[in-house]
Design a protein around this ligand. Structure first.
Ligand SMILES: NC(=O)c1ccc[n+]([C@@H]2O[C@H](COP(=O)([O-])OP(=O)(O)OC[C@H]3O[C@@H](n4cnc5c(N)ncnc54)[C@H](OP(=O)(O)O)[C@@H]3O)[C@@H](O)[C@H]2O)c1
Length: 259
C-alpha cells in the first residue's frame, strides 16, 4: 500500500530497504522507479540498478572515453566491470579487462566483448601482458580494485588519461589504511586525472541511465550475468563469496518470488 500520492500501488521500486520481504519507508529511501517492466525485475538490482548505473556514469561522465581510445577495466567480468567493458565497446573503444581465472577470461572475451583479457592471478608479469595487448597505452582506466593490477596499469597510461576510481576490491577493509606504490609521478608526467566518484552523485539521472541500459539490452548489445542464491539463509557468506571472486555475475539473494 502507499500513503504517498506520488507512488501508486503496484509500482516497483528499488532502494536499500534491508533484508526483508516487506518494508515501510519514506520516499527519499527510493533510489529508482523500476520502469523497464518488460525485462526481468532482478535487473533493477544489477545491470539496470546500481551496478549498471555505476558503470554508465563512471565510464561516460568520469572516464570520458572517446572512440578509438583504449579502456582498461579491473574486475572486468564483474557486475560493474562487465557493463563498463560493453559500454566502452558500444562507444567504439578498444577494451582490455583484468580478471581472475581462465573461466572469467573466457567470459570477458566471449560474452562481454573485450578485445583482450588478462588473468591477473596466473601471470607474474602484468606489465608485460598489458604492453602486449595495449601497445598504444591506456587512455581510460576504470579501477574497481586498487592493488597490484592498478599499480601496473598506471605505468601504461597515456598523456591525458583518465583514471576512474570506482572500488577497491583488492583492499576490502580500510583498517589499517593501505599504503603502496604512489601514483603521483605517473599523473604528473602523463598530465592525467584520477577521480573517485559515487553512483549516487548522479541520483537525479538514474532513470536516464536505466532507460539507455535497458535499450542496449533489448537491442542485444548489452549482456549480463546473474548469480542468484536462494533464501535469506544464504546471506551470510555471500559477501565473502564476492570478495574471494567466487561469484559468477551479479550476486543476488532471492527472498521471495517477485509479484
Ligand atoms: N563508486 C560507486 O558508487 C560504486 C557502486 C557500486 C560498486 N562499487 C564498487 O565496484 C566494485 C565492483 O563491484 P561489483 O558489485 O561489480 O562486484 P564484482 O566485480 O561482481 O565482484 C567483486 C570482484 O572483485 C574481484 N576481487 C575480489 N578480490 C580481489 C582482489 N584481492 N584483487 C583483485 N580483485 C578482486 C573478484 O573478481 P575477479 O575474480 O575477476 O578477481 C570479484 O568477483 C566493488 O569494489 C564495489 O565496491 C562502487
Amino acid at each position: 500500500m502507499s500513503r504517498n500520492p506520488d507512488y501508486v500501488v503496484g509500482e516497483m521500486l528499488m532502494g536499500i530497504f534491508g533484508w526483508q520481504e516487506y518494508a515501510a519507508v519514506a520516499a527519499d529511501a527510493v533510489l529508482l522507479r523500476v520502469k523497464e517492466r518488460d525485462l526481468p525485475c532482478s535487473l533493477a538490482l544489477g545491470a539496470l540498478g546500481l551496478n549498471g548505473i555505476t558503470a554508465y556514469f563512471g565510464l561516460l561522465e568520469v572516464g570520458c572515453p572517446e572512440s578509438g581510445q583504449t579502456v582498461a577495466v579491473s574486475t572486468a567480468a564483474g557486475a560493474v566491470g562487465s557493463i563498463v567493458g560493453q559500454i566502452a565497446n558500444i562507444k567504439g573503444c578498444k577494451t582490455v579487462g583484468f580478471t581472475g581465472g581462465p573461466a572469467k577470461v573466457r567470459q570477458c572475451l566471449d560474452e562481454f566483448g573485450y578485445e583482450a583479457a588478462i588473468d591477473y592471478k596466473s601471470t607474474n608479469d602484468i606489465d608485460g601482458a598489458i604492453a602486449s595487448v595495449a601497445p598504444g597505452g591506456v587512455d581510460v582506466y576504470f579501477d574497481n580494485t586498487s592493488g597490484p593490477v592498478s599499480d601496473a596499469v598506471m605505468r601504461h597510461i597515456n598523456i591525458g588519461a583518465r583514471v576512474v576510481i570506482c572500488g577497491t576490491a583488492a583492499y576490502p577493509s580500510w583498517n589499517p589504511w593501505n599504503t603502496g606504490p604512489r601514483p603521483e609521478r605517473h599523473l604528473i608526467v602523463k598530465r592525467a586525472r584520477m577521480q573517485g566518484f559515487l553512483a549516487t552523485d548522479f541520483s537525479d539521472r538514474f532513470n536516464e541511465a536505466a532507460a539507455q541500459l535497458a535499450n542496449w539490452i533489448r537491442e542485444g548489445r548489452l549482456r549480463y550475468r546473474e548469480d542468484i542464491l536462494e533464501g535469506l539463509e544464504n546471506a551470510p557468506g555471500a559477501l565473502q563469496r564476492l570478495y574471494s571472486g567466487q561469484n559468477d555475475g551479479k550476486l543476488l539473494i532471492r527472498l521471495a518470488a517477485a509479484g
